[in-house]
Design a protein around this ligand. Structure first.
Ligand SMILES: [Zn+2]
Length: 289
């Protein structure tokens, strides 16, 4: 895959899963059947699967190659992990091979960044080796948002946080001495700017990549599905603070609408990224070619 050029930087996508996923009524508490009719003209066939009544979504990582560093952003569900959601339980997927297909070996990764610490964003941080969870990327520094880490570190003292992923995909990285926590207004590897966007999780962030006047926003879960560009008031059933998530999303949409910045969320279906445009009242999403 050639990747997308952002000035001197290249961003490539590595897919873990894709296809029909959540039903709209499960994902969005504010969903009504009328929303399907209102949005059908752009939802079908690329973003909604009529036969199953499910949104088309995926789980993907973004690999950012700068002149000096290979940076992996968000690491999916991971393999051989015990999870309560049947479709995410004990996966055995060729995600590492797909990483290899975009020219990256685990040893080459310099930084692993997580937009937040939900179960579907930390999985490949670790892999199982001789019955132990070890860092998948032996030479990488792992950077976690401090707000998320502190929140779930507390919760994890009484019950396994984030469906067990805090124990098998976050704490082993801390124990190996490979993790750093970052706050807001942080710049990573001289190339990536942290954009605070709390609400979906306590410390959720987006990452802005800029080079030679071009930019991309690796947007994590600021929007789960394209629907939230068209209905920015929709927060998801997974959002820790739906009101704050809404405020953060509207701020990001207002900031990037009408700009050439390529928005690259974690869960959008093919072709996976694009630009936000506004007619003054409503937003639309224009997928990149
Ligand atoms: Zn997610």
């Amino acid at each position: 895959m050639p990747g997308r050029k952002i000035g001197d930087i290249t961003v490539r996508r590595v897919e873990e899963v894709g296809g029909p996923s959540f039903t709209p009524e499960f994902l969005y508490p504010d969903w009504t059947p009328e929303h399907l009719e209102k949005h059908r003209h752009w939802l079908v066939p690329g973003c909604y699967h009529e036969r199953t009544g499910r949104f088309l979504m995926g789980i993907q990582s973004w690999v950012v190659e700068t002149k000096h560093h290979t940076i992996l952003i968000d690491t999916g569900i991971g393999n051989q992990k015990s999870r309560s959601r049947p479709t995410w339980n004990m996966l055995d997927l060729p995600w590492l091979a797909r990483l290899g297909e975009v020219g990256v070996t685990p040893e080459q990764v310099d930084y692993v960044l997580c937009t937040h610490l939900h179960v579907d964003h930390v999985g490949w941080n670790t892999r199982l080796e001789d019955g132990r969870w070890v860092p998948t990327f032996p030479n990488a520094r792992y950077l976690f948002p401090k707000g998320d880490y502190e929140h779930w570190e507390r919760e994890n003292r009484t019950s396994p946080a984030n469906d067990g992923s805090f124990n098998d995909s976050v704490l082993p990285i801390m124990a190996a001495g490979k993790a750093e926590l970052f706050g807001d207004a942080h710049v990573i590897a001289d190339a990536i700017q942290v954009v605070a966007s709390p609400g979906h999780s306590p410390g959720h962030v987006c990452f802005k990549v800029e080079s030679k006047g071009e930019s991309a926003l690796i947007a994590g879960d600021i929007m789960h599905h394209v629907m939230q560009v068209y209905e920015p008031d929709f927060s998801t059933s997974f959002c820790a603070d739906r009101d704050l998530a809404r405020v953060s999303r509207k701020r990001i949409l207002a900031e990037y609408a009408g700009t050439p910045t390529l928005v690259m969320p974690c869960h959008f279906p093919a072709p996976y990224c694009g630009r936000v445009v506004s007619d003054g009242q409503n937003y639309r999403f224009v997928f990149a070619d």
